[in-house]
Design a protein around this ligand. Sequence first.
Ligand code: SAH
Ligand code: DHB
Ligand code: MG
Length: 231
Amino acid sequence: MGGPTGEAEWSAVDSYLEGELLGQDAALSAVARASEEAKLPPIAVSPLQGAFLHLLVRATRARRVLEVGTLGGYSTTWLARALPPSGAVVTLEIDPHHAEVARANFERAGIADRVEVRIGPAIESLEALRSEGAAPFDFVFLDADKPNNEHYLRAARALCRPGSLIVVDNVVRNGAVADPASKDASVIGSRRAVEALAETPGLLASALQTVGSKGYDGFAIALVEDPSAVA
Ligand code: SAH
Ligand code: DHB
Ligand code: MG
């Protein structure tokens, strides 16, 4: 080995690690298959990424999870299965077709009682959760439209408690996040989100670059130290 690597090696290593670490899971495979058959875009987290999120939820003993961006519910299923029976995931999705595919997936996976799908623009759903006085979330996964991530981050912080974790998907975008001249709205959104992670009081953040079957990207993670801190 040695020298530069690329997509082929990253995928081969993901296959190897998946084979060794994850084993077969009929329910999760069924969610992935149904999402593919419904022609949803192939942008769900990878199996290893889903397992990683699951481990974070388990390790932090999270009971209430908030997800922004449901798609067919693949990541949602990994998150929901990490919860105790009393736990719940609230997942926000703008596309009614995606939400319908996801709800059917949750029924088949046996987790429908633990998952609430809210249809609509996430900014509005987040405002509604706030005005309803929703109980605080212990874990948040931001994975919807990237240009709104800075707003999702601020809204999510307000729905958290001290000690909650917020994970943001797709913050590296093939390295484009480091390009201040990028004209891509998703890249600009990710750069704004990184700035918001640094500037929003009460958050302690880091980010890791990732490679694998989904190419070159990364996750940001923030610990909510104070959900209502002001600068
Ligand atoms: N978390 C999923 C993937 C989500 S893909 C998984 O890993 O399995 C991003 C999703 O965000 C898409 O389903 C898209 O319809 C949804 N989305 C895009 N803009 C949105 C918005 N403004 N509000 C809520 N959801 C949105
Ligand atoms: C895209 C969105 C995602 O959430 C992701 O994980 C990968 C790709 C996209 O919109 O291209
Ligand atoms: Mg994503």
